[in-house]
Design a protein around this ligand. Structure first.
Ligand SMILES: NC(=O)C1=CN([C@@H]2O[C@H](COP(=O)(O)OP(=O)(O)OC[C@H]3O[C@@H](n4cnc5c(N)ncnc54)[C@H](O)[C@@H]3O)[C@@H](O)[C@H]2O)C=CC1
Ligand SMILES: NCC(=O)COP(=O)(O)O
Length: 321
């Protein structure tokens, strides 16, 4: 039984390399894919060839991936962009071949990848969907240290705010809802998921006085899905659906756009938040934060989110059986 998880290095000039050793406190068996020269000095590691190769106790299993340029923390070098992208692709290939249980990704800097390697994707989420065979996915951010939990799924992801109203179609919203519903059952073990859907406009449109999308297609879509037996509330005003009492009434909130979803979770649980890609044929999690160039190399980065991401990947993989 394959139990090891693959942790991709992400941007080596970010805080990723210094999160790896503290992440070993998670108790999760993982192998790191990256260039060992990027690990903090003194890191006890053992190079392996296959993901499940054994290593001596206390040592970090490393699948070596050489990068071309030296790394200065906080100063990303576009010359290393290709290496960052290759590591993600390598992890996906291994997990798709059944050689690892799941993947957890450390943060990338999209701008540097674009500059250095013409990276054509807005983030991991879209790249992973492509690597998996262009499958429909959704991005969930899930808290791990607040109750009731805060789980949010933006129906539109990495696009300009001005593009949201046109991009938020009935098909896109329905897809996000269906992917979330299936994943709550399959990955989170929630037998009868309760969903809530946010409106796009202030006060969820206030009956048409503050916007028309709620009445024109969100309400009819939710009525149709209720007709299929789905437990789904909304469209709800986004400003009042994230306090504790409101969260107790649903398992996940589907939101209209990135910041509507991510501001509540990152405010409530920045340290413990986990990013999960729903809909993939394999499990993928990630810490909720980014590359944090402003503190990289200082040894002050908090590994709580990475630890939570590894543990959630393990739990999700077990839930999938
Ligand atoms: N999954 C991924 O690959 C993600 C990548 N990013 C990328 O990261 C880059 C930087 O994004 P920002 O918006 O600046 O967000 P960020 O999360 O990197 O940093 C925001 C603030 O939080 C602090 N911070 C972040 N993580 C921390 C940690 N573990 N411990 C202590 N303090 C921490 C930083 O020092 C900074 O002040 C962008 O290129 C963005 O696209 C952002 C989120 C996820
Ligand atoms: N803001 C969340 C984020 O950027 C995560 O992106 P991804 O790289 O996991 O797709």
């Amino acid at each position: 039984m394959i139990s090891r998880i693959l942790l991709t290095c992400g941007e080596p000039a970010g805080i990723g390399p210094e999160l790896v050793v503290p992440a070993m406190e998670s108790g999760v068996d993982f192998a790191w894919i990256g260039d060992p020269r990027h690990l903090p000095q003194g890191t006890a590691y053992c190079e392996i060839v296959a993901p499940s190769d054994p290593v001596p106790a206390g040592q970090l299993p490393v699948l070596r991936h050489d990068f071309v340029a030296p790394v200065t923390p906080g100063r990303p070098d576009p010359a290393n962009a290709q290496g960052v992208i290759e590591v993600i692709a390598r992890a996906v290939e291994l997990v798709m071949r059944g050689e690892a249980q799941a993947i957890t990704t450390l943060p990338i800097n999209k701008q540097v990848l674009k500059e250095g390697a013409a990276f054509a994707f807005p983030g991991h989420t879209e790249y992973l969907a492509d690597l998996a065979g262009d499958v429909p996915v959704a991005m969930m951010l899930a808290s791990t240290s607040v109750q009731p939990p805060c789980r949010v799924v933006p129906a539109t992801i990495h696009i300009p705010l001005a593009s949201v109203p046109a991009a938020l179609t009935v098909d896109r919203l329905e897809q996000a809802i269906r992917i979330t519903h299936a994943a709550l059952i399959r990955d989170f073990g929630i037998v009868a998921p309760r969903l809530a859907v946010a409106g796009l406009n202030p006060h969820a449109g206030e009956g048409g006085a503050m916007g028309s999308e709620e009445n024109s297609f969100i309400r009819p879509l939710l009525a149709r899905l209720r007709g299929e037996g789905m437990d789904i509330a909304g469209p709800l005003p986004a400003d009042t659906m994230f306090h504790a009492n409101a969260r107790s009434r649903y398992d996940a909130a589907i939101c209209a756009y990135h910041d509507q979803a991510l501001i509540p979770i990152k405010t409530l649980d920045f340290a413990g938040g986990v990013n999960v890609t729903l809909g993939l044929p394999f499990v993928r999690t990630s810490p909720d934060h980014g590359t944090a160039f402003d503190i990289a190399g200082q040894g002050v980065a908090d590994a709580t989110s990475t630890i939570a991401a590894l543990r959630m990947a393990q739990d999700m993989a077990r839930s999938r059986g």
